[in-house]
Design a protein around this ligand. Structure first.
Ligand code: DAH
Length: 344
């Protein structure tokens, strides 16, 4: 056998050895060791033959060179195939992975914290027999003010700092117009809550935004008394804030209720260490007995029917509940803020 023939023979032997070893390898480290043994630049057996081509005669060189390259590519291909197969199998192929690393958590949507509070408010009132009502955000003077016993020269009209549209319509400054719209189209008994956006010409700060949510409530029937009013709202407050909650009705004024009250709660909160603490009194809503003039405005018999109404700001309630000092957080939709309210 001439020199170049024995080299080609040696290459074929190496090829068989390499392919056998590769298919028997069970982990990436073993594959790497085989790669170095056969194809490594310095000590690799196949590379060694390629390096030795220089000592062959120019006639012998091409045949040995071509064979060496063929074997090299074949072994390289086998190594890659085996590596992919081990990875796909999982098994020993996972030696490269650190199983103690945290997994990558996918994005998942969630309800906005204020929406969560509205849903909670709704489920409490629904269990007390309320249904949901809604009205338009673009309103007329009649529904937003006049029918609610608020003449246009009344100081409350100015106070509201109404956003008027070009056609004389306005953006509702509260959800109370839904009281009128509901009574116009329904006979008593009425028991509704109406959540929705309202708008005022406010400069945004930590407790004001020019648009915000309100939740209106209205109950009208024969024989509704101040007791029903107080008991319903106290029951609501205890269901929402917890049984230890104290409720206080502070005399106030609204044009559409008589008498009117502001409702405050004093909550019991549990600290992270499990001990409890009483909070200060905080206002949670405006409320009152529906003024008979309002009932007259919708054609109800105010001798026969009485009722009570209330209005609260779900974002304020959410801020209280979660201890948020700047209400603008609810509008900025910073995903780092919102993620804290994601539910499992
Ligand atoms: N509409 C009032 C406001 O925007 C809130 C309110 C007070 C609603 C008393 C009521 C109520 O229904 O009875 O500030």
């Amino acid at each position: 056998m001439s020199g170049h023939e024995s080299l080609i023979e040696a290459l074929r032997v190496l090829e068989i050895q390499a392919l056998e070893a590769v298919s028997a390898a069970t982990d990436p480290d073993a594959l790497e060791a085989l790669r170095i043994h056969f194809l490594g630049r310095k000590e690799g057996q196949i590379s060694g033959i390629l390096r030795g081509l220089g000592s062959l005669s120019p006639q012998e060189r091409p045949a040995v060179g071509a064979e060496a390259n063929r074997v090299k590519e074949r072994v390289q291909g086998a190594l890659e195939e085996r590596k992919a197969a081990l990875e796909a199998e999982g098994g020993e192929g996972t030696a490269d992975f650190d199983l103690s690393l945290p997994g990558s958590v996918g994005w998942r949507g969630g309800r906005h914290p204020v929406t969560q509070v509205i849903d909670e408010l709704w489920s409490i009132f629904r269990s007390m027999g309320f249904t949901r009502a809604r009205g338009p955000e673009v309103e007329t003077d009649w529904y937003n003010f006049v029918a609610l016993n608020t003449p246009l020269d009344h100081p409350a009209v100015d106070e509201a700092d109404t956003l008027y549209l070009k056609n004389g319509l306005l953006l509702r400054t509260h959800t109370s117009p839904v009281q009128i719209r509901t009574m116009e189209t329904h006979e008593p008994p009425i028991r509704i809550i109406a959540p929705g956006m309202v708008y005022r010409r406010d400069t945004p700060d930590s407790s004001h935004t020019p648009g915000f949510l309100q939740l209106e409530g209205l109950v009208v029937d024969e024989g509704i008394t101040f007791i029903d009013f107080k008991a319903t709202l106290a029951e609501f407050a205890r269901r929402f804030w917890g049984p230890g909650t104290q409720v206080r009705f502070r005399p106030s004024f609204f044009p559409f209720t008589e008498p009117s009250a502001e409702v405050d709660v004093k909550r019991v909160i549990t600290r992270p260490d499990g001990t409890t603490e009483e909070t200060d009194w905080v206002e949670i809503m405006g409320a009152g007995m529906v003024d008979p003039a309002v009932l007259d405005n919708v054609g109800y018999d105010s001798e026969r029917y009485t009722g009570f109404a209330f209005g609260m700001g779900p974002a304020r309630i959410a801020a209280l509940k979660y201890g948020i000092r700047d209400i603008r957080c609810f509008f900025e939709n910073d995903i780092r803020f919102l993620n804290q309210f994601a539910q499992p």
